[in-house]
Design a protein around this ligand. Structure first.
Ligand code: AMP
Ligand code: MG
Length: 405
């Protein structure tokens, strides 16, 4: 049985990097950038007003007050997209709108709320500091700087940055193509009513969502009976169509667990068979040529945990992503949490902030088949392999399941 870290290293060492493709920015969110993106201009490109008011020389109103306002000549206007082309001389001011370039000569903006405007003149009723209400040119970005690095996953906020620097088209990783196979003679499709000793296939639907949230594209999915030839042929078809085949079920020690023998018959090399984790011990990783194969456990909670710990990082690495893991952080256990020595345990939990600190509540669940309880989880609580339990109030590690992209 491999340690989680060792299994992960074995998997990542054997996971290939996929090629690139060029796409428009409109399709870029969720994709991994494959080149550095540099700024082609300063941002802001000019000293920019942060308030509606007047641009002026601060020295002209340094001591202005309600009882002793500074009187200045109103010489024109600057609005967003329309600059004032003259120079502000001593004793002068220019009406300015938020977002407009601050005119030459001016070194501050005062807000309209503390200014009386009369015909051609203004009175400033509050002292002005040099630089106030101005966002200086280049403070957000300098022309030529690397703004987004290769390997960054493009979030909506990153897309806005790329837009600002003119990246209408980008080189990103091709999306990993995934074939999903749910093994099990007991499985029926979602539209069918299960007979005695049957259950509906649910893993296809969780796995498809998890794979897509990791940037992958599901190109085929289906149920395979626990039959050797059917399993072998379905895996072979998946390998034809996809970069990665992800199976669920059929990897434990039962008489009808046929995934490993089918992989061997196809000539795949199996690198991982069992991992010291709970749930998810029977996790298989194999390779055939450049194609990777994950044989995940059948139980719905196990399949999710195993996907998040192994398949997700592999899919992210295939895309050249820098950040391949789900976020981990620490929280206080709101109740005792059970462990599973000698395996490391991942208990479904819910996070809350109480009295300003992160607390995690282990969910009541009846075991690794309990997909109904798991639906409510927003994190996994990690209980170390040498701990039978974690006490209430102890700090524990949690893995966030709030998967955004
Ligand atoms: P297995 O690893 O094939 O022995 O499956 C373990 C458990 O998970 C069994 O109770 C299966 O019925 C269940 N299971 C396997 N595949 C699925 C699936 N696609 N959807 C829901 N449950 C499944
Ligand atoms: Mg099975």
């Amino acid at each position: 049985m491999l340690r989680i870290e060792d299994a992960l290293q074995i998997i990542l060492d054997r996971t290939p990097l996929l090629g690139k493709e060029e796409i428009p920015l409109t399709e870029a969110v969720g994709r991994v950038l494959r080149h550095d993106a540099k700024s082609d201009l300063d941002l802001p490109p000019f000293d920019r007003a942060r308030m509606d008011g007047y641009a002026l020389r601060a020295a002209d109103a340094a001591t202005a007050s309600e009882s002793n306002p500074a009187r200045l000549k109103d010489i024109g206007e600057a609005a967003a997209g329309r600059s004032f082309d003259g120079t502000v001389e001593p004793g002068e001011a220019v009406r300015i709108m938020t977002g407009a370039p601050v005119p030459a000569g001016a070194d501050a903006v005062q807000q309209i709320e503390v200014i009386n405007v009369t015909d051609g003149w203004i009175e400033i009723r509050k002292a002005v500091q040099p630089g106030q209400f101005i966002t200086p040119r280049g403070i957000e970005a300098r022309a030529g700087d690397v703004m987004v690095k290769t390997g960054e996953r493009i979030s909506p906020a990153v897309a806005a940055v790329l837009a600002s620097f003119g990246y209408a088209r980008l080189q990103v990783s091709r999306r990993p193509r995934i074939a999903l196979l749910s093994t099990g003679t007991e499985l029926v499709e979602v539209s069918e009513k299960p007979g005695a000793s049957q259950i509906r296939n649910s893993n296809t639907y969780s796995l498809a969502g998890y794979a897509e949230s990791a940037g992958a594209e599901v190109v085929s999915s289906g149920i395979v009976r626990d039959d050797f030839a059917a399993t072998r042929d379905a895996i072979a078809a998946g390998l034809e169509a996809a970069d990665a085949v992800i199976l669920s079920g059929g990897v434990s020690m039962g008489d009808y667990d046929l995934v490993k023998p089918a992989l061997v018959e196809l000539g795949a090399e199996i690198f991982v068979e069992k991992v010291a984790m709970h749930p998810g011990k029977p996790t298989v990783f194999a390779k055939l040529g450049d194609k990777v194969i994950f044989g995940l456990p059948g139980n719905p909670v196990s399949v999710a945990v195993s996907f998040h710990l192994f398949a997700r990082p592999a899919l992210m690495q295939m895309q050249g992503a820098k950040d391949i893991h789900l976020p981990r952080f620490q929280a206080y256990a709101a109740r005792p949490v059970k462990g599973a020595p000698p395996r490391r345990s991942h208990q479904p939990g819910r996070l809350t902030i109480r009295d300003g600190r992160a607390e995690v509540e282990p969910l009541k669940w009846s075991g690794s088949s309990d997909l109904v309880a798991f639906m409510k989880a927003d994190c996994l609580i990690v209980v170390p392999e040498d701990r039978a339990s974690v006490a209430e109030g102890e700090l524990v590690e949690v893995i966030s399941l709030n998967i955004k992209q």
